[in-house]
Design a protein around this ligand. Structure first.
Ligand code: TRP
Length: 330
């Protein structure tokens, strides 16, 4: 049987954190053998917010190094830059013409981002989901692993694909969102009711993948808990402790019950040190590999150039079919 196709991407914006590692990168790695995976670095999407050009370039290298350091294998998966496969911009434009303003104005990410960047509500921010739909449909993806926050965009992608297929005949595979498992959602250390985020303004809220062991220890020790002093899983009443338990559980493959037993009768101090140690141990090989890769940009360039070639072969077939169907000469 043919392997199912996976496509996903991360925007090239800044340093990755523990939430990306557990919720996204580890899942990407897990899927490599079972699926035909396309992992993209979404640098065109990153333009919807004003960026420093040097930083944007640098962030592509950082993200690619993170993909590889986390265990993505360029011989197994197709790892590529969105900007190197021109079909993305082209299909994005075509899909713009099949997407209604009403649909785009309902997107919660658009509403959130335009509230946050009120001085720069550009058209790209608005049509972001059509470009993303193009990313997915070019590869005839079956599944799109993403966070809950991107589900609405994948649903719009399905609507667009169905709309197009109805008008012109079978062209696109209808993709399904593949939402992160419960427990794979890492919350902020200072605000355990919202997802760990690189844009958090709270100090010590986010563990970056490039943090030193000392920084990790310090942040975990400062993590918000509660006053009962019992290591017990209770997401509603003990969100801080429950978040630390989930992080610890995912890294050590222990269940919540096992963790409760392990720390029974001990305060939060020992537990926090154990959590921090587990994170440090888990991230050490990542950080070493990451630093090695960042010191060798020509190797990273080799990877993305090779990925672009593989991705283009698939993307160009889909776009050719689309152009023929809608009457665009190429
Ligand atoms: N919009 C995604 C995010 O913000 C990134 C992204 C771009 C993406 N294109 C994609 C994710 C295609 C999945 C599939 O995280």
């Amino acid at each position: 049987m043919e392997k199912k196709v996976i496509l996903s991407g991360i925007q090239a914006t800044g340093d990755l954190h523990l939430g990306h590692y557990i919720g996204v990168l580890k899942r990407f790695v897990e899927m490599q053998d079972e699926f035909d995976c396309y992992y993209m670095i979404a640098n065109l999407h990153a333009l919807t917010v004003r960026r420093d050009p040097k930083e944007l370039k640098e962030n592509v290298y950082k993200l690619l190094a993170s993909y590889i350091a986390a265990g993505l294998d360029p011989d197994k998966s197709t790892i590529f830059l969105q900007s190197q496969v021109h079909e993305h911009a082209e299909l994005g434009w075509v899909l713009d013409c099949y997407t209604y303003m009403g649909e785009l104005s309902r997107m919660t990410q658009y509403k959130d981002k335009s509230a946050k960047h009120a001085d720069n509500i550009n058209a790209g921010l608005f049509t972001y989901p059509s470009l993303m739909a193009g990313d997915i449909l070019l590869y005839q993806a079956d599944l799109v692993p993403t966070g809950e926050d991107q589900k609405q965009h994948v649903e719009l992608t399905r609507d667009l694909a169905e709309r197009f297929n109805k008008l012109y005949g079978e062209t696109f595979k209808i993709p399904k969102p593949f939402i992160e498992k419960v427990g794979a959602r890492v919350m902020g250390l200072q605000d355990p009711t919202s997802k760990m985020s690189k844009s958090s303004t709270l100090p010590n809220d986010t563990i970056l993948l490039i943090d030193t062991p000392e920084e990790i220890m310090k942040k975990v020790k400062k993590a918000v808990t509660d006053s009962d002093g019992i290591v017990k899983y209770d997401e509603e009443n003990k969100p801080g402790i429950s978040n630390l338990m989930e992080i610890y559980g995912i890294i050590t493959s222990k269940t919540m019950d096992e963790i409760e037993n392990e720390f029974e009768g001990q305060g939060y101090g020992n537990f926090k040190v154990a959590v921090a140690d587990a994170i440090i141990k888990e991230l050490e090989p990542f950080r070493n590999k990451y630093n090695e890769l960042m010191a060798n940009p020509s190797y990273l360039e080799e990877i993305y150039n090779k990925g672009a070639k593989k991705a283009s072969e698939v993307a160009s077939k889909t776009l050719k079919d689309v152009y023929e169907k809608i009457g665009i000469i190429r």
